[in-house]
Design a binder for this molecule. Structure first.
Ligand code: URA
Length: 203
């Protein structure tokens, strides 16, 4: 057994003591809970994700990066690096999260204007969101912060209750795996898509 902080050398060279940052892009199906602890709990995303992991990935503890509501589908990242988790979920990082909402009533430009201008929810001001009307019942909403049920509440507040919600993108990453499956992101995707690690501060 090694003491924490011990340096292990092989042929005189210290071995890295921290695990490499790994990020998984998972396509969350509806009807699964996003729990934040990596436990093999029935009905959570871990129940579907963990059995698919290869042994080299299964040895890490995985954290869901943010949360999607039970009924929401789409891109959910997992990481073994708690600093990356903090970076991606912090509003300070301003990473865009792009959602597509299917709404019950007819959407039009006038109805979605408050989302673009910056609205308040229960007295809390929100940043202006990006909104694209794909058709009368399909609204793309891009937010750079992540309040509880934010997109549903924003649309609900302007008379567009949400029937279904899907996340297409996080940062520069776009969902590209089949529902219920995942893939391991490359270091370049993590660096360029998520801005992590942040560029070193200048002198
Ligand atoms: N906004 C919501 O309302 N629900 C989600 O799952 C994610 C963002």
């Amino acid at each position: 057994r090694l003491k924490p902080g011990a340096t292990v050398r092989v042929d005189g060279q210290p071995l890295p003591t921290t695990a490499p940052t790994r990020v998984l892009a998972f396509h969350k199906p509806a009807e699964l809970l996003t729990s934040t602890v990596g436990q093999h709990r029935v009905g959570t995303v871990y129940e579907v994700l963990l059995p698919q992991l290869t042994p080299d990935l299964a040895r890490f503890t995985w954290h869901a990066v943010g949360r999607l509501d039970r009924g929401t589908t789409g891109l959910l990242l997992f990481t073994n690096d708690e600093k990356l988790l903090a970076h991606v979920t912090s509003p300070e990082s301003r990473l865009p999260k792009r959602y597509v909402a299917t709404v019950f009533s007819d959407a039009d430009e006038e109805k979605v204007t408050p989302l673009r201008e910056g609205m308040s929810l229960e007295g809390e001001p929100l940043r202006p969101a990006g909104v694209v009307l794909r058709d009368a019942h399909t609204v793309e909403v891009t937010v750079t912060e992540g309040r509880n049920h934010q997109v549903k509440r924003m649309l609900g507040a302007v008379g567009l209750p949400v029937r279904a919600l899907h996340r297409e993108g996080v940062g520069g990453l776009t969902l590209d795996v089949a529902e219920g499956t995942f893939r391991l992101l490359t270091d370049v995707e993590v660096r360029e898509g998520l801005g992590y690690p942040p560029p070193a501060a200048g002198p």
